[in-house]
Design a protein around this ligand. Structure first.
Ligand SMILES: CC(C)(COP(=O)(O)OP(=O)(O)OC[C@H]1O[C@@H](n2cnc3c(N)ncnc32)[C@H](O)[C@@H]1OP(=O)(O)O)[C@@H](O)C(=O)NCCC(=O)NCCS
Length: 159
């Protein structure tokens, strides 16, 4: 494999926007199943959602090896119920052929560095309570698991 690198998605990279959107759908299908996950959003909506994160308080990071896009993570700044700012990993996906090679770890390193750079002192992500792969990934980095609404869990960590 070419050397792994992580880069921020540039707003004019239409092919990358389309691929990240397609992988957001692939994530929903993988986690929720084809019937629920595949029908949830249109391609246009998902591409719009990617573009909404190309702003100062959000970012889309791509994991690249040569010309191949291996995965992505989307981060943004949020405010909790108590009014405290925190960094949210909105979605993280690695192409199945490139899994268990540390690609997600590299993406999360970059996302957490982005959060620290904005002065954030806490990070979190939500997922389905049955999403073992993502739960193990975040737990391996010291995130603590708590139940959340609608069969979801939240994983939180101080930065
Ligand atoms: C979760 C996901 C992003 C992990 O990507 P990855 O590049 O394979 O993860 P890494 O290789 O960086 O793994 C880092 C660590 O996370 C944990 N981990 C990752 N995948 C795991 C799995 N399938 N089973 C158990 N632990 C796992 C391990 O601790 C691993 O370290 P190790 O390989 O040295 O044991 C990937 O499986 C994926 O894209 N899943 C589908 C998308 C998804 O569910 N996204 C979240 C939606 S909210």
């Amino acid at each position: 494999m070419d050397a792994l690198r992580v880069e921020a998605l540039a707003g004019d990279d239409e092919a990358a926007v389309a691929e990240v959107a397609a992988r957001m759908r692939a994530t929903l299908v993988e986690v929720l199943g084809e019937a629920r996950g595949g029908a949830m959003y249109t391609r246009e909506w998902l591409e719009g959602r990617v573009r909404q994160h190309l702003r100062p308080d959000a970012a889309v990071f791509l994991a690249l090896a040569g010309d191949a896009r291996l995965g992505h993570t989307i981060v943004r700044e949020e405010v909790d119920e108590a009014g405290a700012r925190f960094g949210l990993f909105a979605t993280t996906y690695v192409d199945p052929a490139s899994r268990r090679l540390g690609v997600a770890r590299a993406l999360l390193d970059r996302g957490e560095a982005w959060m620290r750079g904005r002065g954030l002192v806490a990070s979190a992500t939500y997922t389905d309570r049955d999403n073992e792969k993502l739960i193990r990934l975040f737990e391996s980095r010291g995130y603590a698991l708590e139940p959340a609404e609608n069969d979801m869990v939240i994983l939180r960590c101080a930065l």
